[in-house]
Write a protein that binds this ligand. Structure first.
Ligand code: SAM
Length: 227
């Protein structure tokens, strides 16, 4: 299966040169599923916890987690939240389902195998949507954003947590560029620029919060109605 850009779409400035396609993602996360929590759980925890804290503080009951993965965030939503998760990888979802069975405070309304770029939900189904460490993985991040915007109600909120390409030349940017050719095996793009997922209007409206470790991840909070 090849990655496609539908007619009239752009990937956005700063897009990685070699896009992943949906089969690359499924293949990568089939391999990651058994070890994901041990390898990536710790380093990603601060960003994830900040995103969940922001969601818990919002007057938002119906939450969508895009690319829910193994469900590491699910135990941290407070009671009263109604959470739906989607992911392309059945192996990652199986771990998330196990986690929910072990007990969570929020109501997990469903964990669905579904493409973030073509969701089956009606418009305005959620009060807020979040994608944690997903934007640099999906084949077409702008299409994912368009879908998140569609399924969140007007006045709602969209959050992203991600690693973004360092804005300036330097050691970090050099490392990101050097590792980029291994994107396919990693299942994500180390050289992923923020402009790849956000339009100029969204970049202006977004609140950016650097997250530990060393600010390599950023929490982006965006009013759904920013375009
Ligand atoms: C780096 S993991 C992040 C998992 C989780 N959000 C977390 O915080 O640990 C990226 C996840 O995004 C999922 N994913 C990638 N592309 C997707 C798509 N188009 N639709 C749905 N899920 C996708 C992958 O299967 C994987 O589980």
């Amino acid at each position: 299966m090849s990655a496609t850009i539908r007619q009239g779409e752009t990937r956005g400035a700063g897009a990685p040169a070699r896009p992943l396609d949906a089969q690359d993602v499924r293949d990568a996360y089939r391999r990651w599923a058994g070890v994901y929590d041990s390898v990536f759980g710790f380093v990603s925890r601060p960003g994830r916890m900040r995103a969940v804290a922001a969601l818990n503080a919002l007057p938002a009951e119906r939450l969508l987690e895009v690319g829910v993965g193994t469900g590491l965030a699910l135990p941290h939503y407070v009671a009263g939240k109604r959470v739906t998760g989607i992911d392309l990888s059945p192996e990652m979802l199986a771990v998330a389902e196990r986690r929910v069975r072990e007990g969570v405070a929020a109501t997990v309304e469903g964990l669905h195998e579904m493409d973030a770029e073509a969701m089956a939900f009606p418009d305005a189904s959620f009060d807020a949507a979040v994608a944690m460490f997903v934007a640099s993985v999906v084949p077409n991040p702008r299409r994912m954003m368009a879908e998140m915007r569609r399924v969140v109600r007007p006045g709602g909120t969209i959050l992203l947590v991600n690693h973004f390409l360092a804005p300036h030349m330097g050691l970090r940017r050099g490392v990101e560029r050097a590792v980029a050719p291994f994107s396919r095996a990693l299942g994500w793009h180390p050289d992923f620029a923020m402009e790849t997922v956000l339009s100029p209007g969204q970049l202006t409206a977004a609140t950016l919060q650097p997250c530990p470790p060393l600010g390599i991840f950023t929490l982006v909070t965006l009013p759904r109605d920013a375009v």
